[in-house]
Design a protein around this ligand. Structure first.
Ligand code: CMC
Length: 436
């Protein structure tokens, strides 16, 4: 961090107290005011629920310019990464800071392949769940359980342990997500096939059975890989901040990532892809494109629980670049499968068209986000809605673990411990039970 010549001054209108704080410049994005000494100097805290104006850390991994609708991993624009790289190259980039050379890629891919099986005992662990359990419930538990199966790599102060845990997580997540799916269908688990790509292998683990192999379709494989790339990291979002906060206590990486998975499940975050497809299906069932106007009125009147899912973002106040790429992929997949007239895609396009012209959305700068089209792609591939968020978790694991590792490697890292504005009762005595 580079200190700026500008200082921030705080003066209070009700007394003489004032304080000066350093201002730091990043390489891009807004400057920050370092208020770490605010409490010591003034006896006051800052108040920022929802972190609307608070940078919780410094990071070199991902940059978003929300106003311009730009996303970069380690400086590289997502539009270039999505067409020039595969997901494992992105994992390398996030973890080590740069794209792999040809030799490094070969080595890294092989390392991932060598870790994609899970301990056989984990299969029994899954059996404890009801068959109708939500895959996110299963995946959250399985990721947490990894610490019980791979306890030989959880010394967080050992960089080699941190690296091997990262490799294990990235390698095993597709196997765990496919296991959750197979379990829900009552089908046997498929072991990974190391002759396939990361994305191709995942599709096979999902859709092959011991009696019928699955031929990986190139377009679907590319689409799956793009879904992984677009979801890989997104700087300090709710789940990543959860991973950092959980990890800041010194807990093991599997436990910290499991906390991230749990956070991702919510409909305002990773659960939005499932909620978005639910929404499209409901509108379709009620009459489709003709009912769009009626639905939009409900959204704008803020009827309880009605939002245009897959729209809006805390950071993007412009088109989410991931949504553009996802829309392209959506067209490619539907064409490859002969589903060009897919009614849900038409419905989504119509909703987008109306929203982008409507004052309510324009005024609030609400644009489609990554989840708006990802559900349609996944549904076309044959993935059930209930698995969408687990697939998001699979992809985001690379970002989470890179962010966790960055935090642990930072010599200045401290346990996260927000403060509060207390508004409860002041001190009072406990009355005897007869007087309450
Ligand atoms: N539909 C209708 N109105 C909306 C929407 C929406 N999807 N999103 C925001 N608004 C309105 C909101 O009612 C508020 O209006 P007003 O100013 O009149 O009170 C204004 O826009 C600002 O919204 P906010 O809720 O204060 O914004 P936020 O930054 O706290 O929330 C968000 C961001 C993503 C949670 C929200 O836009 C939302 O709920 N979107 C739908 C869920 C969704 O698609 N989530 C996926 C996010 S991208 C994937 C990921 O990173 O997980």
């Amino acid at each position: 961090m580079q200190e700026s010549d500008i200082k921030a001054n705080l003066s209070l209108s009700n007394d003489q107290k004032s304080a000066e704080f350093p201002v730091y410049k990043g390489t891009e994005g807004p400057d920050v005011i370092d208020i770490r000494k605010l409490y010591a100097q003034t006896g006051m805290f800052t108040f920022d629920p929802g972190f609307l104006s608070t940078a919780s850390c410094q990071s070199k991994i991902t940059f978003i310019d929300g106003g311009k609708g730009e996303l970069r991993y380690r400086g590289y624009p997502i539009e270039q990464l999505a067409v020039k790289c595969d997901y494992l190259e992105i994992c390398h980039l996030l973890m080590y800071g740069d794209l792999p050379t040809k030799e490094q890629k070969e080595k890294f891919d092989n390392r991932i392949l060598r870790h994609n099986m899970v301990h056989e005992q984990m299969h029994f662990f899954v059996r404890g769940f009801r068959r109708d359990a939500h895959p996110m419930a299963i995946v959250t538990s399985l990721v947490s359980a990894l610490s019980a199966f791979y306890g030989d790599s959880i010394d967080i102060n050992n960089p080699e342990h941190r690296e091997i845990s990262a490799i294990r997580l990235i390698a095993k997540l597709p196997t765990l997500v496919a296991m959750a799916y197979k379990y829900s269908r009552g089908e046997p688990y498929m072991h990974p096939d190391n002759s396939l790509s990361y994305a191709g292998n995942f599709l096979r683990q999902m859709f092959a059975t011991p009696c019928q192999d699955y031929e990986v379709n190139e377009v679907l494989e590319r689409a799956m890989d793009r879904i992984f790339i677009l979801h890989a990291d997104h700087e300090q979002n709710a789940s990543t901040s959860t991973v950092r906060l959980c990890g800041s206590s010194g807990t093991n990486p599997f436990a910290a990532i499991a906390a991230g998975v749990a956070c991702l499940w919510g409909p305002a975050h990773g659960g939005a892809n499932e909620a978005c497809l639910d929404m499209l299906e409901q509108i379709q069932a009620q009459g489709g494109v003709e009912k769009v106007g009626e639905f939009m009125e409900k959204v704008k009147n803020k009827e309880a629980g009605v939002r245009l899912m897959g729209f809006g973002h805390r950071v993007y106040k412009n088109y989410d670049p991931r949504a553009k790429l996802m829309q392209e992929t959506c067209k490619e997949v539907l064409q490859a499968l002969g589903l060009e007239n897919d009614p849900l895609f038409k419905l989504a396009m119509e909703l987008e068209r109306i929203a982008l012209e409507d004052e309510y959305f324009v005024e609030r700068k609400l644009y489609p986000n990554v989840d708006f089209y990802s559900g349609i792609v996944q549904r076309a591939i044959g993935i059930p809605k209930s698995l969408f968020t687990a697939i998001f978790a699979l992809a985001r694991t690379s970002g989470w673990i890179a962010q966790w590792n960055e935090m642990i490697s930072d010599p200045d890292y401290k346990i996260g411990r927000p403060r509060q504005l207390y508004t409860g009762p002041t001190k009072r005595d406990v009355p005897d039970i007869a007087q309450r």
